[in-house]
Design a protein around this ligand. Structure first.
Ligand SMILES: *Cc1c(COP(=O)(O)O)cnc(C)c1O
Length: 367
């Protein structure tokens, strides 16, 4: 028996390195000095920078990705009696945002790329369908050609849940550029992360933009007249300032993740199903998700060796107690895949020794 190493490989490490900390403290100090803590100038700059990055006209900063999705659907006037088709594999925020509008989430099956299966979407469309909400899961953009043609043919808007995919591209176009509306989360775990909760909604449509501004602040116009029931979902100026600083480094982070993914791919291809990138696309690897039928055994084996791995997510949204009754059609591929997925550590602070240790542990497990 080989001796068990005491090496620890964390799944995530959100501590801010020294050089970055100085810059962030400086950005915070600037905001503290000008004092416009609520919708200060950094919020507006952040909105236009992100919109430009994603080839959209307007951005509306929000206090989370969940609120971004919820208000995006509200901006399309989606509510009771309506249906929104989404994927079955995502963080539960996606389904919650739909259900909170009063609409019914309708769960489609997924493909081997872990993203929503366009044919399954087509089969689920009814007269009540008011939006299609694909999730660019793991940081890989969905089959947008197919989804956009369904959307155009059936005249049903697309709302992108791009929470995991900031900076990813598909046929040369960025995540967030495809839907009538696109939503991002900038929570600290995401590729472009704040030091707290944050999100943004993007659109090209001036009337949707106006409605989002209204919905974001208790459904008011000019902060005076309330024309629709809503919440306070504004993005903090402090988080916007931090995000503006981090936006400058985001492409380095993406490159680092992509090189880790390439390393894993090269060394694991003979042992597990590795994520495949479509030609012309650039995945950003919010998670590096492998598949194996020995998932649970492999997970314990790696954990015993100090390698923190995660199942994201162990339940499909349509398997959750609250959403079980919403399932319209079986999702056999999703049910199979959810038993096989495992996310390996992939973040900026991993060293080559860490990666080598992960790879050799997985190889040892299989041999
Ligand atoms: C993170 C995430 C959200 C929610 O974002 P929050 O900012 O945490 O509210 C929604 N959808 C997906 C796919 C996510 O990964």
């Amino acid at each position: 028996m080989p001796t068990i190493s005491t090496r620890k490989v964390p799944f995530l490490d959100l501590r801010v390195p020294e050089n970055e900390r100085k810059e962030i403290l400086h950005a915070i100090d600037t905001v503290l000095q000008h004092g416009r803590l609520v919708i200060g100038p950094e919020v507006n700059t952040f909105e236009s920078c992100i919109a430009e990055y994603c080839s959209k006209k307007f951005g509306v900063g929000m206090n989370s990705g969940t609120d971004s999705l919820f208000l995006a659907l509200k901006a399309l006037d989606i509510g009771p009696g309506d249906e929104v088709i989404t994927t079955s594999l995502s963080w539960i925020a996606t389904a919650n945002a739909i259900a909170l509008t009063g609409a019914r989430p309708v769960f489609a099956d997924i493909s081997d790329d872990l993203n929503i299966e366009p044919k399954s979407v087509l089969n689920l469309i009814s007269t009540r369908t008011k939006a299609i909400l694909p999730v660019h899961y793991t940081g890989k953009v969905c089959d947008m050609n197919a989804l956009q043609s369904i959307s155009e043919e059936k005249q049903i808007p697309l709302v992108e849940d791009a929470a995991q995919a900031f900076g990813a591209t598909y046929r040369g176009k960025p995540a967030g550029s495809f839907g009538q509306i696109a939503c991002f989360s900038m929570n600290p775990m995401k590729i472009l992360g704040a030091c707290g909760e944050a999100g943004i909604v993007l659109t090209n449509d001036p009337s949707v933009h106006e409605r989002l501004i209204c919905l974001r602040y208790n459904g008011t116009i000019n902060k005076e007249q309330c024309v629709v029931t809503s919440l306070n979902c504004r993005l903090d100026t402090l988080q916007a300032a931090i995000l503006l600083y981090r936006l400058k480094n985001v492409s380095n982070h993406i490159d680092k993740r992509r090189s880790i993914a390439a390393y894993y791919n090269e060394h694991l291809v003979d042992y597990v199903t590795i994520p495949k990138e479509m030609e012309g696309s650039r995945d950003i690897y919010y998670t590096y998700t492998i598949r194996t039928s020995l998932r649970d055994k492999l997970k314990s084996y790696l954990e015993e060796r100090g390698i923190e791995v995660k199942i994201q997510h162990p339940y499909l949204m349509c398997q959750q107690p609250i959403y079980k009754q919403y399932l319209k059609q079986p999702v056999p591929n999703a049910e199979k895949i959810v038993r096989e997925i495992l996310c390996l550590p992939i973040h900026e602070k991993l060293t080559l020794e860490d990666l080598d240790y992960v790879v050799s542990s997985i190889r040892n497990f299989f041999s």
